[in-house]
Design a protein around this ligand. Structure first.
Ligand code: FDA
Length: 446
């Protein structure tokens, strides 16, 4: 048995940030990671000769914890390509181009979108995303689905479908009837307001040169041989004063894994019942991130930015994802997303049919050239046993107020952290860094 101060389970950004901060303060730390790589939901990999961001990739200006960490690790950023017109396909099935963040919808619909967005901003401004259950309207908002809340706000279906898009398919990646209005407000508050979710130029502002996985790779390099890969943790034995994990005995264990995967670990003694109950009410959303590579970024020559949206299309949003930090590469890359029930349906099809459907959806935005890529890739997070969904986990209706206060409560020597339990930066890398630093800070004060 080897004695250490802290065992960290999981070498995603949360676990690696906690481990680096603890080690910097002189604590003896080991990180046990199930996969044969670090980074968890961040993976930058070359597939069919194209460098892809298979997991997370974008950074927004308010993600100051991530920007500071990138700076500390010597990483630089570059802006997402966005010059030219964006495309929107409306409820009438007509394709229209536009500039800015207001979709080209009928005037009355635009007014309704603006009004409902302002209401969401007002609700978000009264929420501390670390404690959403303390919102003055928490009980009421948590008891109704976001779909029901939207239906009560406006009779305009296209306004509802667009507002729903920003929180449902695009963020929590669940249908809006399956999560509460309070969870929707949390998503907005955690990003600094609903107006940020509406603004792709803000929320998807920049990328990290070399790929976002550089953050966990460089953190892990600092930890050296304290990181043990291919070491899944299946059992944790604990007492009020310490715990045993595999070959290690420690004063503290940080479980830096998504809540859904905490439930797969056996604890002796078992965790308090409320912990297991709580995590049965948290689940991953489902989104398929698609990378489609072309000989050139052909859409640019017809004046398109590559940005495209439609609540009515299979691919509900798409962007130019060309690797601007590799200027010698002439190829153009589009990234697109198929979410929640549309993803369920897509996954029922065989691979060639899925590809055909996706390309058909892209052709509706960018024209027939979109049907002829040189490479096509679907991120497979839902089939990965060490994630099993994307982008993150969220509560079902009513559970944020019922269980939220237990989210970050330690149990004896065990502490729980991941981007899924963050306030600011919830479900994002920024939140993972904030959680990692908060956990390390709490253990150092102990
Ligand atoms: P994460 O899940 O990354 O790490 C947990 C680690 O624990 C994993 O390495 C896992 O293997 C390990 N583990 C699990 N169980 C274990 C066990 N029993 N024993 C040992 N190890 C175990 N964010 C963002 O900021 N910008 C973006 O653009 C995007 N886009 C995006 C796209 C896609 C497709 C995905 C899937 C996700 C994003 N995200 C994102 C979200 C972002 O990637 C995510 O919030 C963080 O990377 C999560 O980091 P964590 O360390 O909290 O968990």
């Amino acid at each position: 048995m080897i004695d250490v101060d802290v065992v960290v389970v999981g070498a995603g950004v949360t676990g690696l940030t906690a481990a680096v901060r603890l080690q910097q303060a002189g604590r003896e730390v080991v990180v046990l990671e199930a996969r044969d790589r670090v980074g968890g939901r961040l993976l930058t990999e070359t597939v069919d000769g194209v460098r892809l961001e298979i997991g997370g990739q974008w950074v927004s200006p308010d993600q100051t914890a991530l920007l500071a960490m990138a700076g500390e690790l010597g990483l630089t950023t570059y802006p997402r390509y966005r010059d030219g017109d964006s495309v929107y396909i409306g409820r009438d099935g007509i394709r229209r181009t536009f500039r800015g963040d207001a979709f080209p919808v009928p005037e009355a619909t635009a007014a309704e979108i603006k009004r409902v967005a302002e209401e969401l901003d007002r609700l978000a401004s009264r929420m501390d995303p670390l404690v959403p259950w303390e919102h003055p309207d928490a009980a009421h908002l948590d008891q109704m689905s976001f779909a029901a809340w939207l239906a009560a706000q406006t009779d305009d279906p296209e306004a509802r479908d667009n507002i729903a898009l920003y929180v449902g398919p695009a963020m929590l990646t669940k249908p809006p009837h399956t999560f509460s209005a309070l969870s929707a407000v949390l998503m907005a508050a955690s990003a600094g307001g609903f107006h940020h979710l509406l603004d792709a130029d803000f929320i998807l502002d920049r990328r990290i040169a070399g790929g976002l996985q550089e953050v966990p790779l460089r953190l892990a390099a600092r930890l050296g041989d304290a990181v043990h890969l291919a070491t899944p943790v299946g059992h944790v034995a604990w007492t009020p004063s310490g715990a045993t994990v595999g070959d290690y005995r420690a004063r503290h264990v940080v479980l830096a894994v998504p809540p859904t995967l905490v439930n797969r670990i056996q604890f002796t003694p078992a965790l308090p019942p409320v912990q297991a109950q709580m995590r049965q009410h948290q689940s991953f959303g489902l989104v398929i991130k698609l990378h489609i590579t072309y000989e050139t970024p052909f859409w640019r020559s017809s004046g398109l930015s590559g940005t495209a949206f439609s609540p009515y299309a299979l691919v509900h949003e798409a962007y130019d994802n060309t690797n601007e930090d590799l200027p010698a590469d002439p190829r153009g890359i589009l990234v697109g997303f198929v979410s929640d029930t549309k993803a369920d349906a897509l996954l029922e099809l065989d691979a060639p049919t899925r590809r055909e459907k996706v390309l058909e959806s892209l052709a509706a935005y960018y024209g027939p050239q979109a049907r002829h890529p040189v490479a096509y890739y679907e991120s497979p997070w839902q089939a990965d046993e060490w994630t099993a969904g994307a982008f993150g986990t969220s509560f079902d209706i009513g559970s944020l107020t019922r269980y939220g206060r237990h989210l970050r409560t330690p149990v004896g020597p065990l502490t729980f952290a991941s981007s899924d339990v963050a306030g600011q930066g919830f479900q994002h890398v920024d939140g993972a860094i904030r959680m990692g630093e908060a956990v390390a800070g709490a253990l150092l004060r102990n």
